[in-house]
Design a binder for this molecule. Structure first.
Ligand code: TXA
Ligand code: MG
Length: 330
């Protein structure tokens, strides 16, 4: 299969591009598209065969449910039931935006493989003009996980999607770099108090200002996870990644130590380390691109500099710890 990339940024043939994407989606194929968080791999959420192609293209385990994207609160409410008052308040406060709400699915609303057999479903309204235009023209809900190979960093550029999905999907809509750079916050609203299953740009504090106390899930590897996706290895670059505290010259010492053993080292950090073999930026917006850049070097080992203060950034720390499989350099 040939993978086509169409620019939808300031494309003169914009209508034609969307028409092509809609036609492909209606035929049961998948199309990658930009959202404000990361690129998604979309398929008609009511068509089991189409949804199956997402799992196939990503190599994603079938027990990991997908997020459904819709164009508005009104559309979302057609597919769910027993929606809590807090869920409705969150929709009004954060949609369109980077907050996915887990709610009770209306039986039969989506193809069974979207929810991996659960009775709940995660839904959000993306805040991106391309995603919204596509949803409005398609007039169907789009199941869309991040458009990366399962286990790899999520794509923040169309070229990341192309790297992972070339030959596996027919079309990528290129809307440039995604603004936020990590996936949406996932909030389970089927329990009381609601629980953050995955931290993201929409913070616990922002949510609490709207609906009061929420809990955060422990993410303990050995527990049966409430959010099935949390148990899998994630965002991992090829070379082993270690977190390292940025204090008392520890990073310089680590670089020396690694290079003395004849190995090369890449550093992810806010500031450059001249002694390192490779340096890449570290922020929410740049994390995934930097992890992918590490893969294009021959670095034997990657160090991610955890600055004082970074520990308070739940969302970024969550992705870093997963990418490092919780390893700290010592
Ligand atoms: O920002 C995002 O959310 C991106 C863009 C494309 O919208 N999408 C995304 O989807 O990150 P995905 O499939 O890679 O992540 C879905 C997460 C997983 O951790 C999954 O386990 C959880 O949401 N999830 C989905 N449905 C769920 C449900 N019914 N109950 C609990 N967790 C659920
Ligand atoms: Mg993902």
């Amino acid at each position: 299969m040939k993978t086509e990339i169409i620019f939808v940024d300031n494309d003169v043939d914009e209508e034609e591009s969307y028409a092509q994407a809609v036609e492909i989606l209606l035929s049961g194929e998948v199309v990658a598209f930009p959202t404000e968080t990361v690129y998604g791999l979309g398929a008609d959420a009511t068509n089991a065969e189409a949804v199956g192609r997402i799992f196939e293209a990503k190599g994603r385990p079938a027990d990991n449910p997908l997020i459904v994207h819709v164009d508005s609160k009104e559309t979302a409410l057609e597919y769910v039931q027993e929606v809590s008052a807090k869920a409705l308040q969150c929709m009004d406060a954060f949609w369109p935006g980077a907050l996915t709400l887990i709610m009770q699915e209306r039986p039969g609303a989506f193809a069974k493989n979207v929810t991996a057999g659960l009775e709940t479903v995660g839904i959000r309204v993306p805040n991106h003009p391309v995603a919204l235009s596509l949803l409005r023209k398609l007039q169907l809900p789009l199941a869309a996980p991040s458009a990366n190979t399962s286990g790899k960093p999520s794509p923040t550029l169309a070229e990341h999607v192309y790297h992972d999905m070339e030959g596996r999907i027919p079309l990528i809509l290129d809307g440039g770099a995604t603004e936020i750079g990590i996936e949406s916050t996932v909030l389970d609203t089927t329990c009381e108090p609601p629980v953050i299953l995955r931290p993201g740009k929409v913070s616990k504090e922002q949510i609490e200002r709207v609906i009061g106390t929420v809990r955060t899930s422990s993410g303990n590897k050995n527990n049966v996870p409430k959010s099935p996706g949390m148990k899998y290895m994630h965002y991992a670059p090829t070379a082993p990644l270690y977190l390292i505290e940025n204090e008392e010259g520890l990073i310089e010492k680590a670089i020396d130590y690694i290079q003395e053993k004849g190995k090369t080292v890449a550093v992810l950090s806010k500031t450059e380390y001249p002694a390192a073999d490779f340096n890449f930026p570290l922020s929410m917006e740049s994390l995934y691109a930097s992890l992918r850049k590490c893969d294009s070097t021959d670095a034997d080992l990657i160090l991610a500099s955890v600055e004082p203060g970074l520990q308070e950034n739940d969302a970024l720390m969550n992705r870093l710890e997963k990418a490092a499989d919780h390893k700290w350099f010592s």
